[in-house]
Design a protein around this ligand. Structure first.
Ligand SMILES: Nc1ncnc2c1ncn2[C@@H]1O[C@H](COP(=O)(O)OP(=O)(O)OP(=O)(O)O)[C@@H](O)[C@H]1O
Length: 221
């Protein structure tokens, strides 16, 4: 994915200046910045969930079209939302995601994810009967077990305990090393340092100056 001079905002009113970055295979671009700086807005605009004020977004050589087959195959997104089907258990949610993406052995892969994300005791219950941290684990599991070329996560550390944050960081590094591109907004400095190959800071104090300065390479490949 690449974005070029992407000005993001609401009803035509910018909340960021022009933002430019590229996320290639095996790269992890991490957005950091204070509350309200515009991280979520940039992510949602980059992936086509909202229109830019101006600028361009490209995915695999074409403009970003959120409902296109190319997009749905390539991009796995998780924002701050609880999206579950009523009456479907945690385990069956994961199986449905896998089957929807044509993954063989969906029950086996789902069971492995349930164990990895520490949901063994809750696999047969509705997601609505989970704690908020357990719901976040289930949503992250669903986003991570489906095939993707680009993974987009908005504050994935939210509501996770220390053990699960560490496990998540390991999983994200593994995804990057396997060749996926990652685009992540986070307040977790450790997650940013561990996972990011490029860290961009959005500066809310200078909202219409260059809010995303030149990429700071953090010494990872
Ligand atoms: N639906 C909306 N309509 C108008 N303005 C909005 C809307 N959503 C967010 N904003 C504003 O856009 C600005 C950027 O918000 P955004 O949620 O992108 O920030 P953020 O960096 O992700 O913050 P946080 O770290 O708190 O999640 C804020 O000033 C916010 O109040």
């Amino acid at each position: 994915m690449s974005v070029r001079e992407l000005v993001c905002g609401y009803a035509g009113v910018p909340v960021t200046a022009g933002v430019s970055f590229e996320v290639g295979a095996g790269e992890a671009v991490v957005l950091r910045g204070a509350n309200g700086a515009g991280k979520s807005t940039v992510l949602r605009t980059a992936v086509g969930q909202q229109a830019p004020v101006s600028g361009d977004r490209w995915l695999k050589g074409g403009p970003v079209v959120e409902n296109s087959l190319v997009y749905r195959r390539a991009v796995s997104c998780l924002f701050d939302e609880d999206a579950f089907l009523p009456g479907v258990s945690v385990g069956h949610h994961l199986e449905l995601v896998l089957r929807g993406h044509g993954v063989a052995d969906a029950p086996v892969v789902a069971a492995a994810a349930v164990a990895e994300f520490g949901l063994q005791d809750r696999v047969d219950v509705s997601p609505f009967a989970l704690s908020s941290g357990q719901r976040r684990r289930a949503l992250l599991a669903a986003a991570l077990i489906r095939p993707f070329e680009l993974l987009v996560l908005d504050e994935p550390e939210q509501r996770l305990d220390a053990m699960m944050r560490s496990r998540l960081a390991d999983r994200l590094v593994a995804a990057r090393q396997a060749g996926a591109g990652l685009l992540i907004a986070t307040h977790d400095a450790s997650l940013a340092a561990t996972v990011g190959t490029t860290v961009l800071t959005i500066d809310s104090d200078d909202a219409l100056a260059p809010v995303v300065p030149a990429p700071q390479r953090e010494g990872r490949s």
